[in-house]
Design a protein around this ligand. Structure first.
Ligand SMILES: [Zn+2]
Length: 85
């Protein structure tokens, strides 16, 4: 089980957002940072990049990860068509 401190750590608050990005969160920034659907379709740029400690929509990690997955899917889907008898 996680301690309240650990859970709190994962939630991006206004203070934490400002501390890590240097700016105040605007509009739905906090909602997006804490989005539970982060990383899936329509939420590709939601969430928080733990690697760079900034909003996922500020860095391309999540986008790159998503594009790579799409590319892999396309490649495996295209393969049979390229193989002509
Ligand atoms: Zn990143």
């Amino acid at each position: 089980m996680k301690t309240p401190e650990e859970i709190k750590e994962q939630i991006i608050t206004t203070e934490r957002f400002k501390e890590l990005t240097g700016i105040d969160p605007i509009q739905d920034d906090l909602e997006r940072a804490n989005c539970k659907s982060a990383g899936i379709f329509n939420h590709i740029c939601c969430g928080w990049c733990s690697k760079h400690n900034k909003p996922a929509w500020w860095c391309l990690c999540s986008v790159n990860k998503y594009n790579k997955k799409i590319k892999e899917n396309n490649e495996s889907a295209n393969k049979p068509q390229n193989e002509r008898p």
